[in-house]
Ligand binder design. Structure first.
Ligand SMILES: Cc1ncc(COP(=O)(O)O)c(C=O)c1O
Length: 331
């Protein structure tokens, strides 16, 4: 089976496992795990922020990040197929007590005119006010689409005029960085707070980080503990993340090439495949998924008529070529 359901399916490589086994550890709830602390400092610095916090999942990093800029009773605006709206199962409402409103844009892009029209200023205690806008780069359900830096910069400029905070769901920001050559710090600069994942294309088994100001991260550290997310000798996991940052970022370009191959086999213009995710519409997504599985290619239905394929570390060029052949025969 060639498994293209998600880039979360990667298994730690032997070298990554060795790095995990060698990691120096301590009790991170006491702030005594040197490997976790080093990873947090490294990632904060990569994005030009003051601090970062290691979390078990991207969802937790997003909840902590958004909660640092949106108070209970306030709202965050995001694109309608954003992961925080579609796949975090109401956590932001249930845990933080915030509300969300969404705009819809092709390829999950920033629609500044829509955001301006939706923005709700402070009108007193009887109305929900817009505290933050959240953007996702790359955009998962929009087929790994990259948000252009110019659009993000325009959003940042608008946000500054209205006192709106910006959250960046950067679960796959590494892919955007490799696809465009945009420095990570340039992405960091547009966001007040962000979340990044090590357990997607980078191939770590677990681990994400919330990134932001020292105050926001200190507060998030308390919230993480309250959510049951205080972890102990977790340096063995942080070591996998550090290994991934050392060895698995630049190779994402191969995943992007493989995704273009698959996109072309499915009738897309390869130029429309920005990174490692391909999303296509089929009249019956489940039937298409089953037909591919019958020929040894696992892909995912993410809607009744929507199919998603994701390339990753465990998909070789040969796998991608074989999968492309199968998909072309079904297309
Ligand atoms: C864009 C995006 N954000 C956040 C997450 C959440 O990550 P996790 O599955 O680690 O909670 C995902 C997971 O696929 C994602 O695609």
């Amino acid at each position: 089976m060639i498994d293209l359901r998600s880039d979360t399916l990667t298994r730690p490589t032997d070298a990554m496992r060795e790095a995990m086994a060698r990691a120096e550890v301590g009790d991170d709830v006491y702030g005594e795990d040197p490997t976790v602390t080093a990873l947090e400092e490294r990632v904060a610095q990569m994005f030009g922020h003051e601090a970062a916090l290691f979390t078990p999942t991207g969802s937790m990093a997003n909840v902590l990040a958004v909660a640092s800029v949106v108070a209970p009773g306030q709202e965050v605006l995001c694109e309608s197929s954003a992961h925080i709206a579609r796949a975090e199962l109401g956590a932001h409402g249930a845990i933080t007590g915030l509300t969300m409103r969404t705009w819809t844009a092709p390829r999950g892009q920033v629609d500044l005119a829509a955001i301006e029209a939706m923005h709700a200023p402070d009108m007193g205690p009887f109305f929900v006010r817009t505290a933050a806008v959240s953007v996702e780069n790359t955009h998962n359900f929009a087929g790994g689409a990259v948000l252009p830096l110019d659009d993000l910069a325009a959003l940042r400029a608008w946000a500054d005029t209205t006192g709106t905070r910006l959250h960046l769901d950067g679960a796959r920001l590494w892919n955007a960085h490799v696809a465009t050559g945009t420095p990570l710090a340039d992405y960091g600069r547009i966001a007040d707070v962000m979340a990044v994942c090590l357990s997607k294309g980078l191939g770590a088994p677990v681990g994400s980080l919330m990134v932001g100001s020292a105050d926001a991260v200190a507060e998030a550290r308390v919230r993480r503990k309250r959510m049951g997310g205080g972890m102990r000798q977790v340096g063995i996991l942080a070591a996998a993340g550090a290994y991934a940052l050392d060895h698995h970022v630049e190779r994402l370009a191969e995943d992007h090439e493989h995704a273009r191959l698959l996109g072309e086999a499915l009738g897309l213009d390869p130029a429309d495949v920005d990174t490692n995710i391909v999303v296509v519409e089929r009249p019956d997504a489940q039937a298409f998924v089953s037909a591919a599985a019958d020929q040894g290619v696992r892909i995912a239905a993410v809607g009744p008529r929507t199919v998603r394929l994701v390339t990753h570390l465990d998909v070789s060029r040969t796998d991608a070529e074989r999968a492309a052949g199968v998909l072309a025969s079904l297309a």
